[in-house]
Design a protein around this ligand. Structure first.
Ligand code: FES
Ligand SMILES: [Fe+2]
Length: 375
């Protein structure tokens, strides 16, 4: 982190920023094509490992979290043995959701329709009027399991039944090492908000550059972070974007051994294809962008986790203020405009959107979408 802070400090001192080699043009059709969108849903969201949450989403044995990704209702449970597992949240009797709330804790997971119940490992452990089902083998009626790996305090899954998962390979050595250095495993979940936006890639585009801070975020982010200064690093298909905070020049007066880099910059990982992970000294923010039911819609689940125990009213108030601030910026500034950009895409004004050399993260993201979904 100190090396990243040093780069950002130098950028601010020299009035520079990381640059991509050339201007990049992304065809507008790539945001509106239903064919492309379907391929992305399949290749990126159903067949690739996804960051589904942090270990703190399942804080105790028996706790669960549900979310729906590209029509796959996912149920994550931490079993009695402490192991986190993922299942398709669909009852094996006649297909009702087994769990209907987003989060909770239980010993048994009982379907609302006819009360078939499952344990934390997905086994069918009870059904009323069992004699009416004589002859069925209960083992054939366990919840459909999905590959889930808990690594570095993060929950990763693949949403195709029968698929396997290898998170270390998906991250690559460098990002795997970087994530290992953060104590994500001790983060406590605080709150999640769901926010609508336009096409999922258009929503993702809002997270990759600092070029819009002084204009769109004039009275919010721009007061905290420099405009149009970024340190960009690719980690295979993923990336890290560093942004200097307004107090970064203070680092000149502090011996490097005493630096607390995250007090002077923001470090945001973009975990391919759809998650932004912001690491701050006190909190971690996970923004999961999920394609909606149509090509021009998406939903972002924005979750705030505390890096220290949430053990006082004061701590709760701090976290609440932080979570609402980010939610409001995304809702009222980024996604407010995102809906309008989405509505204008098919107007014929643009055949492509243009990413400047000062927006290297966008270049990399769209190249990776092309490579992983469309080749
Ligand atoms: S559908 Fe779940 S118990 Fe019948
Ligand atoms: Fe923004």
């Amino acid at each position: 982190m100190a090396a990243l802070a040093k780069r950002l400090l130098a950028h601010v001192e020299n009035k520079t920023t990381d640059h991509a080699g050339d201007v990049f043009r992304e065809p507008v059709a790539n945001y509106t094509s239903v064919e492309k969108w379907e391929r992305e849903r399949q290749k990126l969201f159903r067949e690739s490992p996804l960051l589904l949450g942090l270990s703190g989403d399942l804080p105790t044995n028996g706790s669960y979290r549900t979310l729906t990704v590209c029509d796959v209702p996912v149920l994550m449970i931490r079993g009695d043995d402490g192991i986190a597992r993922a299942f398709i949240n669909v009852c094996r009797h006649r297909g009702a959701p087994v769990i209907q709330d987003e989060r909770g804790e239980s010993r048994r997971y009982t379907c609302a329709y006819h009360a078939w119940s499952y344990d934390g490992a997905g086994a069918l452990v009870g059904l009323p009027a069992a004699d009416a089902f004589e002859g069925i083998n209960r083992c054939d009626y366990a919840l459909r399991q999905l590959a889930l790996e808990e690594r570095h305090g993060m929950l990763w899954g693949v949403l195709t039944p029968g698929a396997t998962i290898d998170v270390a390979a998906w991250l690559g050595d460098d990002l795997d090492r970087e994530f290992a250095a953060f104590d994500f495993g001790s983060c406590e979940w605080f709150v999640s908000y769901s926010i609508d936006a336009a096409n999922w890639k258009l929503a993702m585009d809002t997270y990759f550059e600092a070029y819009h801070f002084a204009s769109l975020h004039r009275n919010t982010i721009n007061l905290i972070t420099y405009n149009d200064v970024i340190a960009f690093d690719a980690f295979q298909q993923h990336q890290r974007n560093g942004f200097p905070r307004r107090n970064v020049l203070e680092l000149r007066d502090i011996p490097e051994t005493e630096w607390e880099p995250l007090n002077h910059m923001s470090s945001i990982y973009k975990v391919f294809p759809n998650v932004a992970v912001t690491v701050a000294p006190e909190a971690v923010l996970i923004s999961q962008v999920l394609p909606g039911p149509t090509v021009d819609t998406s939903i972002t689940i924005q979750s705030t986790y505390s890096r220290s125990p949430i053990d006082s009213a004061e701590r709760r108030a701090e976290l609440d203020q932080r979570a609402r601030f980010i939610r409001d910026v995304i809702l009222e500034e980024d996604y407010f405009l995102n809906h309008k950009i989405g509505a204008g895409l098919s107007s014929g004004a643009n055949e492509f959107l243009t990413f400047g050399r000062n927006e290297p993260g966008l270049h990399h993201f769209h190249r990776m979408v092309e490579e992983f979904a469309h080749r």
